[in-house]
Design a protein around this ligand. Structure first.
Ligand code: AMP
Length: 535
């Protein structure tokens, strides 16, 4: 017997209707190239979404057509998020920091028909547009008067595009499985792969991210996603904050500028901010050097790479800001797990509690996790067994865009991460499959070694990679960027590991670098380090 409840499709359009009805007056602050303090409200954003949809219809956008953005976090990007998806198009957010060759591949592979770009990225477009034969129209995210002379064909400003358009749009009733947006990931080997989100997956992910033990936003919160809107939906915040009515603070092109971030956070009274560890490390150094404080921030959500212990301790003990560690991936929309205490956490001593809080946390309802060994046999959740982490759920990818084959292994998505899970569900990533170091047949966790290195007062950034070894097959090599003005030699750094990890884990050698290479999403690029140091 079937239930007799309404068949109400879970669409971004229904989310937009809800936000309009309940939270239309909540504010959205953006910093843009043209305006250091642009203020609008959700209702106004959605009014302009209708104008955008009318303009795109005039240009000939058909259901399922891909619309690319090369843009920072601001209100116009948000209008594209809702306007394109709700009219039945697919918003393709592209990371402007990718290499030209990757951009060429991604934009052509996705078959983008329209491309919207931030004015700061115009020089990039001018160089690359001949490589995008399928793009019919380029739009610069600026006002009419701010559109510069350019060699990009048919370039128009966003404001001119939507000007004069009707601010009503007859939003279609979409099937909830309709594609809403897409994002390519270069996390795996080979060419970047397209992850195609649906309205349903987006709505369910939004619900889950709102849970108290996940991101837990409320209408009184003021939220700053430093995590970019071009990377995995800014961790869903651009949907979740409106859903509950939180004010959004969008840093535009200043996401990598700690001074601007601190000023914005204090002026707009931000209480929750989200970003990768590199951003928070930079911010911490800026706070230390300038003597400034974050006056209203109470919670930082850290994900995208392992949260260093020293960073969690510094923010919590010296700045009184709770650090919340989260894990996910583009293929998971991206939320996979978040660290929040259980009732039993209160019984742990300080050391055990910190160790628990540094894990990647627990999965919300909607993400099932399991560990398997190399033969695909399930491993116990005992906090000790380490294996490949696999996941499944309604916001996990099943196949990549235009791929012939499923991305699944017996119904599960293999994350490429290596982890343990304890009996309470706390998941601890020890490595990525391809970053593991296998010494004398035994695994060494590069993440753990990096964490110890980062706790040394002179170390600004650290990475550990496997170096080929005649006897042991592989041994760990530590690569370090020292803090400005700090000094430490290799012997001192190696001695720092003694008593903190097993003796045979201690790196054999240390190399110093003025800078560590980063991927386009701000993570240390081990691929480049291997090219550079393991010649
Ligand atoms: P991306 O799809 O670019 O977001 O990358 C996802 C990958 O980043 C994951 O598979 C992990 O390897 C890594 N990652 C994300 N969050 C964390 C975290 N909190 N700790 C360790 N690794 C992480």
């Amino acid at each position: 017997m079937n239930g007799l409840m309404m068949d109400y499709p879970l669409t971004v359009t229904s989310l937009m209707r809800h936000v309009n009805a309940q939270h239309g007056a909540s504010e959205v602050y953006s910093l843009t190239v043209e305006n250091p303090a642009h203020r609008t409200r959700y209702a106004e954003i959605f009014r302009r979404c209708a104008q955008l949809a009318n303009a795109l219809r005039r240009l000939g956008l058909k259901p399922g057509d891909r619309v690319a953005t090369l843009a920072w976090n601001d209100y116009r990007h948000m209008e594209l998020y809702y306007g394109v998806s709700c009219m039945g198009g697919v918003l393709h957010t592209v990371n402007p920091r990718l290499f030209p060759e990757q951009l060429r591949y991604i934009i052509n592979h996705a078959g983008d028909r329209y491309l919207f770009a931030d004015p700061l990225l115009l020089p990039l477009l001018e160089k690359l547009h001949p490589a995008f034969p399928a793009v019919e129209r380029y739009v610069l995210l600026c006002g009419k008067g701010a559109l510069p002379e350019s060699s990009v064909p048919s370039l128009i400003s966003y404001e001119e595009l939507i000007e004069g358009e009707d601010d009503n749009y007859d939003w279609p009733e979409l099937d909830e499985n309709t594609a809403s947006s897409m994002c390519y990931t270069s996390g795996t080997t080979g060419n970047p792969k397209g992850v195609l989100y649906s309205h349903r997956s987006t709505v369910l992910h939004t619900y889950a991210s709102g849970l108290s033990d996940i991101i837990g936003l409320k209408s009184t919160d003021i939220v700053l996603p430093v995590v970019p809107m071009f990377h995995a939906n800014a961790w869903g915040v651009v949907y979740c904050a409106p859903m509950v009515g939180s004010k959004l603070v969008l840093p535009g092109p200043k996401a990598g500028d700690p001074e601007a971030l601190v000023a914005m956070m204090n002026a707009e009274r931000v209480n929750t901010a989200l970003g990768v560890p590199t951003v928070w490390m930079g911010l911490l150094s800026y706070l230390d050097a300038s003597g400034q404080r974050l006056e209203t921030v109470s919670k930082l959500v850290v994900g995208g790479a392992a949260c260093p212990r020293s960073m969690m301790e510094d923010f919590e003990t010296r700045h009184g800001i709770e650090v919340c560690h989260a894990w996910g991936m583009t293929e998971m929309s991206p939320l996979g797990s978040v660290n929040a205490p259980t009732a039993g956490s209160a019984d742990l001593d300080a050391g055990a509690l910190l160790a628990q809080r540094l894990t990647q946390g627990r999965a919300p309802y909607g993400v099932e996790m399991r560990l398997v060994d190399d033969n695909g046999e399930a491993l116990p959740r005992d906090g000790k067994a380490v294996g490949r982490l696999q996941v499944r759920g309604p916001w996990v990818a099943s196949r990549y865009y235009r791929a012939e084959e499923s991305a699944l292994d017996n119904g599960w998505f293999d994350t490429g991460d290596v982890a343990s899970i304890d009996s309470n569900g706390f998941m601890n990533i020890t490595d990525r499959t391809k970053d593991l170091i296998k010494s004398g047949g035994e695994w060494i966790s590069s993440i753990e070694l990096e964490d110890v290195a980062m706790s040394h007062p002179a170390v600004g950034e650290a990475a550990v990679i496997a170096m080929p070894h005649e006897k042991w097959a592989e041994r760990p090599l530590l690569i370090v960027r020292l803090k400005d003005g700090a000094a430490a030699d290799a012997d001192e750094l190696i001695a720092w590991f003694e008593g903190k990890v097993a003796k045979w884990w201690i790196p054999d050698a240390v190399r110093f670098a003025n800078e560590l290479p980063h991927t386009a999403t701000g993570k240390v690029s081990k691929l480049k380090l291997r090219e550079q140091f393991i010649a």
